[in-house]
Design a protein around this ligand. Structure first.
Ligand code: 4AZ
Length: 826
């Protein structure tokens, strides 16, 4: 028996003898053996940790290119299966391995180098190298690789092969997981532009079947030497953008080198979005990396070659003229530097007006302009900006444009003008900022100058009232509870003279006109709170009680007043109330609060996330837009099984919050007259697969009667998780915005030929506040008498988002009240 065995044999009380006679010498031995064991196992552990974990070999991958002289490019080098390619690739590979071998931090760890392609100049070889390096030496390898690059720039390598001379060598560390993609040839294409012709290519199967899942596709595009490539995507319809979604990328190289990425795209793009890209050399690489989800159509692209633009910029003389970034309105190429020296006659000054200014790069703050920029008067400009003007106090100005290696944008169109220093805006109004605006925009109640200098010292027209701060605003915004002037002066003197009644829209009418059965206010408010509601002959615009008698009162339903003899106007009024309200004026959109819009629904399509909005109208039914279910290519959107409805949701990331009720969809009924071209009758109802429970966060909205009026000027609210800027990303937190009903005739003149009587225009004509992509199907709500909220409209379409004079179009819910009743029984 050894001491250890003796030592562990201590519990049984039966062994009383041993317990009675402890031996101190034995304990010492046990303790010593234990200590030795501990030290040994610690040492072993440390060594194992050091060699197996801490300093275990890691796989590192570098993607790069190498330019060398001493050989002439021949066509056969474009074909990686040719013997010429193989011979040159072997030589270049040897050159690269020689470079690695010369460096003790690199050579020992090199595993494999593959030459993937060649292009002219004199010859550029694209390659990747794989290393297996102990973790602790990985940083040294990174540094050594960077040094190879730098030292080669200082003293170009002399190599064993005397005819080839390395000019530049560039390598970037890449994700080792992409090695499989580099070796996978199943979705690789090589295309060479044909002189004078356009070549097109698409994702496999486009447009009849979706692109493959888990694919690593790449298209190598080449042009003749001294040419560049112009590539245009005519359709891009990919999985909607989210973390890890399918990504289409364009590189200004034949390697997928991050520092040469020109653009990365996901989701789908409308035709109006410019998707033309121009390379800086005669090569380009397009890659599509897809995940296992989604079934989207893909893309179609076309490219052609054109002569390389050797210079840009130059001297511009005259009294006016235009200039643009290269290939405007397409994306400018990377690596450009252009300077325009503008000179107007000596007795004039010069100013430059920039239109459509887009020099934005992902992750670059607009105040730093560290990548692409335009510089004028020593100030750098970048990002995306609305029109702006820069001026010079002399007759000369220089504009410099710079684009770096990566990420391109559409640039700008600029206009230069000579002006008299005494009259900088001939025939126009001069803003304090120096900007010129059309004379008719002066004193129109809208801030056109951006510093509001066009709205001070104004004489108001008879349709306007004068704010204390000098602004002129439409009269129908007086006394409407909204601070339109900015100084509250439109909401101060809202009392009407004695013997007058104050309408909800601020108008004062004679007391005797109240409840006379006639809408004297123009918004029906004089006929709202009448003790004696009169029964009148039924007309299209009168409210019909259940007993088939009609009353003269406008919008009598659920206003807390019994107007019908049978009280039917106050039936089914458990709707339109919210547990939380916050009165605020919204510009552009603000985060909503929990319980503020309890009827708001987020409709998700499978894994694609939020796609449309909807409104709860009962425990089982939602109202939304028909166009949400229109199938572009695949039977996905029209299938109820593709959809999930989230009720009581505020934050898209918080869908498992206990307040959220999630349901599948049993049925989708789209309006039979929905027109997918005009978006006429854009309404649908959805039946949930099981009823929801009404809570503080989930409540139905009231459906307005078919006679319900939403007069021009009325303030309504639109809510949703749609894009927060045109072409922008969707919101994470539910957004709310305050907008107004626009007169139908005015709207028809703003969007000629596009509106039907089933559509209502709502927005802010000044621009800046609107619904946008992803808000579709969501609610447009009104607050009516008694504080009840009604579903006035369903978000349908718009000409862009938040553009000036382009309000959003909404389906008018009263027009569809009978159809909703017929389909849902509500
Ligand atoms: C859309 O694409 C969309 N500005 C919805 C509303 C508006 C524009 C676009 C209104 O779903």
């Amino acid at each position: 028996m050894n001491g250890l065995e003796e030592g562990v044999e201590f519990l049984p009380t039966m062994n009383a003898k041993k317990l009675e006679k402890p031996n101190p010498k034995h304990y010492m031995v046990v303790a010593a053996i234990l200590a030795v064991c501990l030290v040994v196992s610690l040492l072993v552990g440390l060594l194992v940790w050091h060699f197996v974990y801490k300093n275990a070999p890691v796989q590192k991958l570098y993607n790069g290119h190498l330019r060398f002289t001493g050989s002439r490019f021949i066509d056969a080098y474009e074909n990686s299966n040719s013997s010429e390619f193989a011979t040159l690739a072997a030589k270049v590979k040897k050159m690269i391995i020689d470079i690695y071998k010369n460096n003790p931090d690199v050579g020992p760890f090199h595993k494999e180098t593959v030459i993937t392609s060649f292009s002219e100049g004199s010859i550029i070889a694209y390659y990747w190298s794989e290393f297996s390096v102990p973790k602790l030496q990985a940083d040294a390898l990174d540094k050594a690789m960077a040094n190879i690059q730098a030292s080669n720039q200082a003293t170009p390598m002399k190599l064993r092969n005397p005819d080839l001379r390395v000019d530049t060598i560039v390598a970037f560390s890449t994700n080792p997981e992409t090695i499989k993609a580099l070796q996978d040839n199943s979705c690789k294409y090589a295309l060479h532009a044909k002189e004078g012709l356009i070549t097109s290519f698409t994702t496999p199967g486009f447009p009849n079947s979706p692109y493959p899942p888990n694919a690593r596709c790449q298209w190598e595009l080449r042009a003749d030497v001294d040419s560049v490539i112009s590539l245009t995507f005519t359709t891009v319809d990919l999985e909607p953008c989210k973390l890890g979604s399918d990504t289409l990328a364009v590189y200004d190289s034949l390697s997928a080198l991050e520092p040469h990425a020109m653009v990365k795209l996901c989701g789908s793009y409308s035709l109006s979005y410019n998707l033309t890209f121009v390379s800086s050399q005669n090569v380009m690489l397009v890659t599509l990396i897809t995940n296992g989800e989604g079934r989207d159509p893909g893309f179609r692209a076309e490219f052609f070659q054109m002569p390389k633009m050797n210079t840009c910029g130059g001297t511009l003389r005259g009294i006016a003229g235009n200039f643009t970034t290269p290939y405007f309105p397409g994306h400018y190429p990377p690596k450009m530097n252009c300077t325009w020296n503008i000179e107007v006659p000596r007795d004039k000054n010069v100013k430059v007006r920039f239109h459509n200014f887009f020099l934005a790069e992902p992750g670059v703050p607009v105040d730093s302009c560290t990548k692409d920029y335009m510089q004028v008067n020593y100030v750098k400009h970048c990002g995306s900006k609305k029109m702006f003007v820069v001026s010079s106090k002399t007759n000369k100005i220089a504009v410099h444009f710079h684009s770096d290696l990566s990420f391109v944008d559409t640039g700008f169109l600029a206009e230069f003008l000579a002006y008299d220093s005494g009259d900088p805006c001939p025939g126009k109004f001069t803003c304090k900022t120096g900007r010129c605006i059309e004379l008719k925009k002066r004193c129109d109640g809208w801030n056109d100058c951006t510093d509001a200098s066009d709205e001070v010292n104004c004489t108001c027209t008879e349709k306007q009232f004068r704010c204390n701060n000098g602004w002129c605003k439409p009269k129908y915004w007086l006394c409407d509870g909204v601070n339109d002037c900015g100084d509250m002066s439109d909401e101060l003197q809202c009392q009407c003279p004695a013997n007058n009644f104050k309408c909800s829209n601020g108008k004062c009418i004679l007391e005797s006109q109240k409840c006379n059965g006639k809408d004297d206010c123009g918004d029906g408010s004089d006929e709202g709170d009448c003790s004696s509601v009169v029964t009148v002959p039924c007309k299209e615009y009168t409210y019909k009680c259940r007993n088939n008698l009609c009353v003269n009162k406008e919008n009598p339903e659920c206003d807390g007043v019994k107007d019908c003899g049978d009280n039917s106007d106050e039936d089914n009024c458990n709707c339109g109330t919210r547990s939380f309200t916050k009165k605020s004026r919204i510009v552009g959109g603000l985060d909503a609060e929990a319980g503020e819009w309890p009827w708001q629904v987020s409709l998700h399509v499978g894994s694609e996330g939020h796609t449309c909005g909807a409104s709860v109208v009962s425990e089982k039914w939602l109202v939304t837009a028909a166009h949400c279910f229109h199938d572009a290519n695949f039977a996905r959107f029209s299938n109820p099984k593709s959809w999930i409805a989230f009720m009581g949701l505020l934050d898209q990331r918080d869908r498992s919050n206990p307040s959220v009720q999630r349901r599948g969809i049993k049925r989708i009924i789209t309006h039979p007259d929905f027109n997918d071209f005009t978006y006429d009758n854009d309404i649908a109802v959805m039946e949930l697969d099981s009823p929801i429970t009404f809570t503080k966060q989930v409540q139905p909205i009231c459906l307005p009667d078919s006679s319900h009026k939403f007069p021009a000027g009325q303030v309504l609210h639109v809510t949703g998780w749609g894009a927060t800027a045109e072409h922008g990303a969707g919101a994470i937190i539910l957004q709310k915005a305050e907008i107004r009903v626009i007169n139908q005739t005015i709207c028809e003149s703003l969007m000629p030929g596009l509106l039907t009587s089933r559509m209502m225009c709502v927005g802010i004509l000044e621009g800046g506040t609107d619904a946008c992509q992803g808000d579709s199907g969501g609610p447009l709500t009104s607050i009516e008498a008694n504080g009840k909220m009604f579903l006035a409209g369903v978000v349908s379409w718009g000409d862009g988002c938040a553009r000036r004079n382009k309000p959003g179009a909404y389906s008018r819910v009263p027009q569809f009240r009978n159809w909703i009743r017929e389909k849902t029984g509500l």
